[in-house]
Design a protein around this ligand. Structure first.
Ligand code: UDP
Length: 238
């Protein structure tokens, strides 16, 4: 029997670092292609998919600020980095036959559509993947918050955060051998224990709009589709 998705519409958040593969910086095309395959697998289940991509593999505003750059300027550079990643992701997804649109929160008419909520919804209804680029369009925010914001605006049934590990642990599983992986957590618990799932504003927004956050490993092929079907390893925050 085929997999049965639990959700009709989901938002996938991937960090810029997830696109680096084994590299120290930038994009690894094999990794981008593999993640595109994972997105196609979920799309083929009949699930509407939208994506928010980070930019940390190229630039982070805080890193610039630490070296004396104006924070807001650094943040705009970080947002531009997410546009580069979004175009790479779009290219990889379309190459394998799934129509994809990029909508940027910072208007960039020559390379992407501007962010228009109702148009994004229409794209998804027509079976297109929508990638939201440039975060929220505002400095001092993160792409995690952008993911929670867009998931709320799109009425997504779940926000899936693809990370390097397969869930939320009691301690760093790379350093602590018997760290425990949680199957389920409450939003308030994540906030009060500062469990590092996403930043606090992202979690608060998801909580307010009752959107479960599912943390799973994006490095393991097929795990996005598994998580969407309630299978495999993940932590759900709800
Ligand atoms: N950023 C921003 N506003 C946003 C989203 C992102 O200013 O709404 C900037 C910020 O400088 C951030 C960078 O873009 O450091 C890259 O995003 P993020 O660090 O969230 O990427 P990730 O860690 O997911 O790769």
């Amino acid at each position: 029997m085929g997999k049965r998705p639990l959700y009709k519409r989901v938002l996938l958040k991937i960090s810029g670092e997830a696109l680096m593969g084994q590299r120290e910086y930038g994009l690894c095309s094999e990794t981008v292609s593999r993640i595109a395959e994972d997105i196609r697998a979920v799309h083929e289940l009949g699930v509407q998919v939208c994506v928010v991509v980070g930019g940390g593999n190229i630039y982070r505003g805080l890193a610039g600020a630490a070296k004396g750059m104006d924070r807001a300027t650094g943040d705009y550079m970080g947002m531009l980095a997410t546009v580069i990643n979004s175009l790479a992701m779009q290219n990889a997804i379309e190459k394998i036959g799934v129509p994809t649109r990029v909508q940027s929160a910072i208007p960039m008419a020559s390379v992407s559509e501007p962010y228009i909520r109702r148009r994004a919804l229409r794209h998804m209804e027509k079976g297109r993947v929508v990638i939201f680029a440039a975060g929220t369009g505002n400095p001092f925010f993160t792409t995690d918050t952008a993911a929670a914001l867009r998931a709320s605006e799109m009425g997504c049934d779940a926000l899936l955060k693809g990370t390097k590990v397969d869930g939320v642990y009691s301690a760093d599983p790379v350093k602590v051998k018997d760290a425990e992986r949680y199957r389920q957590l409450g939003y308030m618990e994540v906030l009060s224990r500062d469990l590092g799932v996403m930043d606090h504003s992202a979690i608060s927004l998801a909580r307010e709009n009752r959107i479960p956050i599912i943390v799973f490993s994006i490095t393991k092929p097929g795990s996005f589709a598994e998580a969407v079907c309630g299978e495999g390893l993940y932590t759900i925050v709800k």
